[in-house]
Design a protein around this ligand. Structure first.
Ligand SMILES: [Zn+2]
Length: 269
């Protein structure tokens, strides 16, 4: 790690230089600060909540992720989304849990963990940090716990949202999700089904410009679905589970809530 004297380096260029040398440990600290901010701005459901307990059960099916030091929570939001941060935080939105069955939610989380394992998350935070740090200047650039301003972290979030993962990164994360499914006894077609849920939801919401705009960053969803289906077929798995959602895997309160009328579609990051 290169140490930059904050008094000597006051311009954006110097900030960019330091950002380029940001260490993995600094990225993890950056992610942790970002998550504190994110959790504060979203409605985090308590552990006793049905959604949180369902997520507990789904996460318990991952048998080989101990070294990731995960912490996971549910955000109350119609947004169909889930993400993993570089500090091991996994956040799943109720909109996604409403739209998908347990296997599909498992696969989506597996996909997000894939981005984590493949270092896509680290690279994304690093790239976003570089852009925002250059804008703020060196005085604002300090990844020490609690040092970054709310404004900086907010801009970081916007920058992260703008920088979509590459097609290759998405495909690799899908493949990681497939492997998670296979090694943990989950339907090998769960990732395929999850992608099809997203495709179906995007069709239902195609009239809404906001959804269309979001989808324009994910033009390859059909190809991704086809690829992962082919992978499962090549491995000799037969598709036995119909592509239905909410099949008895809902919280035990007996409700069978359908996806909210206008879910915002963000998954795939
Ligand atoms: Zn992704």
């Amino acid at each position: 790690m290169k140490v930059v004297d904050p008094n000597a380096a006051v311009n954006a260029g110097a900030a960019a230089v330091q950002a380029l040398t940001i260490s993995d440990a600094q990225v993890a600290q950056l992610c942790a600060q970002y998550m504190t901010e994110s959790d504060g701005q979203n409605t985090v459901l308590p552990a006793s909540n049905d959604y949180a307990q369902r997520l507990d059960r789904i996460m318990a099916r991952f048998k080989n992720i101990k070294d990731l030091n995960l912490n996971y929570k549910v955000y109350q939001s119609n947004t169909v989304n889930a993400f993993a941060s570089g500090d091991g935080s996994v956040r799943v939105y109720t909109g996604l849990m409403d739209a998908m069955n347990d296997d599909e939610v498992f696969a989506v989380i597996g996909h997000e963990l894939g981005h984590l394992i493949n270092k896509d998350v680290r690279d994304a935070y690093r790239a976003a940090y570089l852009v925002v740090a250059a804008r703020y200047g060196i005085a604002a650039v300090n990844t020490t716990a609690g040092a970054l301003s709310t404004g900086f972290l907010g801009d970081l979030g916007q920058q992260l949202a703008q920088n979509a993962y590459s097609r290759r990164q998405e495909t690799q994360a899908d493949e990681t999700a497939f492997q998670f499914c296979v090694t943990n006894g989950v339907d090998p077609y769960a990732m395929y089904h999850a992608l099809n849920v997203l495709i179906r939801l995007s069709g239902e919401n195609s009239q809404q410009s906001k959804i269309a705009e979001l989808l324009s960053t994910h033009p390859n969803t059909h190809k991704r679905a086809a690829h992962i289906k082919e992978m499962a077929e090549s491995a000799g798995y037969k598709m036995t589970t119909p592509n239905t959602t909410n099949t008895g895997s809902k919280p035990s309160n007996g409700t069978t809530t359908k996806p909210k009328a206008t879910p915002k579609l963000k998954m795939g990051n």
